[in-house]
Structure formats: structure tokens, C-alpha cells
Write a protein that binds this ligand. Sequence first.
Ligand code: ATP
Ligand code: MG
Length: 284
Amino acid sequence: DIESLSDLKKLAVLGIGNGGIVYKVSHQKTNSIYALKLLRLDQNGAFISHQAVREAEILKRVDSQFIVKCHAVFYTLEGGLCFLMKHMEGGSLFDVLRVRGNFPEDVISGIALSVLKALQYLHGMRIIHGDIKPSNLLINGKGEVKIADFGVSRIVEGTPTPCEACMGAYMSPERVDSERWGGGADYDYYDYGFAGDVWSLGVVVLECLVGHYPLIGRGEKPDLVALICAICFGETLEMPETASPEFPSFVKNCLEKDWRKRGSVEELLAHPFVNRTTSSNMII
Ligand code: ATP
Ligand code: MG
């Protein structure tokens, strides 16, 4: 067991995100490799923001084979917060997609199934991930996909709280424009918070097949206005002619703009697209 940060040696930077820096580290005594995420200060210069505490709280609670394992949470001498996690040797789906271009459907089916199983677990604990996107899906040495980064997640208990995440390309219509797509009187943050994770999965799944962010044209610059229009009003989805019938059916179920009509995690887990009997749907 790792007792203190001084037992760890930084080897490399694995990633730099909005939430902080992730280092590859080694534990001196056992020679084991881990990933260490060091959280950034918030805008007010505070070391431990509200959201950082939330992220730590969620990481301590979750325990699933479909979620990147967090071994320990440390408070640094300077008052900072960091998470010691399992090192995912394959890197993120974002990096792998950049190298590979796209994936065959059977591989995407495996990715979708893993994410759905992770969401089933999280939603069962009333946790909304809130930031499903390729850079937050990590791949281990066996090619298994697990979700990471609970930097904008929240636990729904008691009064629903609005989500603090800023605008992102994988965000659902109801989060981009809650007046148009949220549903006015029967505004129910509980349901559509969870449904937002399903939307994001749909964007990722389609991106894996077409090889670029799929809601706007290839090579188009995704400025904010174009992005918002595409998410809220885009009518057609780029769908390769070679796609199997199950593929568009699955994606359209996830990318249903009205969150009430969108497939639930349970419904999508029963979809034929993620129930293919293939022996090899791992990313290797
Ligand atoms: P962002 O705000 O950009 O979504 P973040 O700052 O919240 O990101 P993470 O998403 O947790 O941070 O990690 C950033 C990147 O670091 C990941 O996209 C991935 O490339 C790398 N990374 C994070 N955790 C691990 C891990 N356990 N193993 C390997 N690489 C990792
Ligand atoms: Mg991230």
C-alpha cells in the first residue's frame, strides 16, 4: 500500500486537461506503475474546489470493472488534491482514434457495451458522469475500455443541482438549451441529467465509425455557434453506406434530441448492436 506521495516518482506526463495534469508515476518500493492526477487550482485560487471534493467523493465510492480504478486520494502539503489511479497503458480513445482514424463496428460495439455497463453502474448509484467523450474513455493493456474523469460528475440526492460544466461538443440538446429541449413544466433534472450521458455516448459511437466529430462536417471548424446549432437543430447524421442496420438504429436511439424519447441505458443494453456474439471486439 502506498502511504505517501513521497513514495512516488514522476516518470512522464500522460495528459493535461482542464481539471489538472496526469503523470505516469512509479512506486519506488514495489516498482509498480500508476497514473497520478493532480488537480488544478480553481479560478479563486483555492486548492480544493467544491467540484474537486465531489470528484474525490465519487472516486472513493465507485468500484466497477468498467471504471478506471482509483487507489488513493492524497492531500498534498501545499493543500492540493490528487488521485492515484490505475495506469491505463493504451491511453485514451481520443489518442487511439487520432492514430487509427476510425474503428470497425465490432470494436465500436465493444466500446459502447463497456460504456453502457459503466453508466448502468453509475446511474444505479445516482451518479451522472456528465463528461462522456473520447478523452475520458481510457484503454488498458488488454484493450478494455473504462471510463475516467469525474471532474464534472455529480451525485443526485435530494434537491437536484444544476450542472456546472461549461459548453462542450458532447453535450446534449437539453443541456445546451434547457428552455427549448428541457421540457418546461415537467422539467425534471434527474432524468435528463442521466439521459445526457446517453447522448454523449451516441456522439462518441458515431465518431468512432466516421472518424471525426460527427455532428458537423469533416474538417469544418467547430466554433461555438455552429456547435450549438448542430447539437440542437442538426437534422441529418453522416452515416456510412457500409454500416450495418443495427448501427444507425443504435446511434439514432442515443441521439434523439428529445431526452424523453431517447433510449435509456437499460434499453440500449438490450439493443442488438451491443449484443453481437464476436470473439474479438477489443481494441488492440
Ligand atoms: P479534461 O478536463 O480535458 O476532460 P481532466 O483534466 O479532467 O481532463 P482527465 O480526463 O482525468 O483530466 O485526464 C486527462 C488525460 O490524461 C486523459 O485524456 C488521458 O489521456 C490521460 N490519463 C488520465 N488518466 C489516465 C490513466 N489512469 N492512465 C493513463 N492515462 C490517463
Ligand atoms: Mg478529461
